[in-house]
Design a protein. Structure first.
Length: 242
């Protein structure tokens, strides 16, 4: 008998979350193991939230947002979808599988669609089984996750990276600094290779960055524009995101 998967959903309060309320009013039920989290706009859905869901035990994550052209904040839904696709690429590299993360457009009036999407996602994850990549001993499948688990939070990769200039390092609060740092710098990486040999645990960070950027290129995901620190041009750093 298959175990009931743990599903987490991020729902836009102006579309999918309204649908969930309407579904309750009409007594249309969806999988009870689906836990919805309401967001004012999916544009604020940080990539760390998506990753943290798996660190917290989720077997699958479903992101439900406004259809194109219906976002009250103009392009928050499109930003969220793009961010989700980047994380899908990362999940594929880590061996978790991109099938455990999905994004669907939901209009407030599409109550039946919401129910079908959630129940369909539940069936898919049930067939895949528990995520459990932290407990697995399959080093061949979870090669890169096994590598990143070696991270001892020494922060040397951050110290040598020319684009790390935050006064407060956000990834330091993440459960696995190496993984959090990769997500933080992937859009701005200048391919200097400074992180390549500095890790005392021998984690090949630069290789993972290259793999993820290759997946982004295959999906034609243009990087977002990030500002570089003042004076970086004199140091020979080029903003590849422009």
């Amino acid at each position: 008998m298959s175990l009931e998967p743990k599903l987490l959903g991020f729902l836009c309060q102006n579309s999918a979350d309204l649908c969930a309320d309407f579904a309750g009013m009409e007594r249309k039920s969806y999988a009870p193991n689906f836990f919805p989290v309401r967001l004012p706009c999916l544009g604020g859905l940080d990539a760390f939230f998506l990753l943290k869901a798996y660190f917290s035990g989720a077997d699958g994550v479903l992101v439900l947002g406004c259809p194109p052209g219906h976002c009250r904040y103009k392009r928050g839904n499109e930003t969220a979808k793009r961010r989700m696709q980047v994380i899908q690429g990362l999940l594929e590299i880590l061996g978790i599988g991109k099938e455990r993360l999905d994004f669907v457009w939901i209009h407030p009036s599409e109550i039946s669609k919401l129910v079908e999407v959630v129940n369909g996602f539940n069936e898919r994850i049930t067939k895949l089984g528990p995520c459990g990549f932290f407990q697995s001993e399959d080093q061949a499948k979870f090669h890169w996750m096994t590598e990143l688990k070696k991270c001892d939070h020494c922060y040397q990769c951050k110290e040598v990276c020319p684009i790390c200039f935050c006064k407060r390092c956000y990834p330091e609060s993440f459960q696995n600094f190496g993984l959090g740092w990769l997500v933080h710098v992937i859009e701005r990486c200048t391919h200097c290779g400074a992180c390549k040999d500095v890790c005392p645990q021998g984690i090949r960070l630069f290789e993972i960055v290259q793999l993820l950027q290759q997946k982004m290129s295959e999906l034609n995901l243009l990087p977002l524009s990030f500002p570089l620190p003042q004076g970086s041009e004199k140091a020979g750093i080029v903003n590849i995101t422009k």
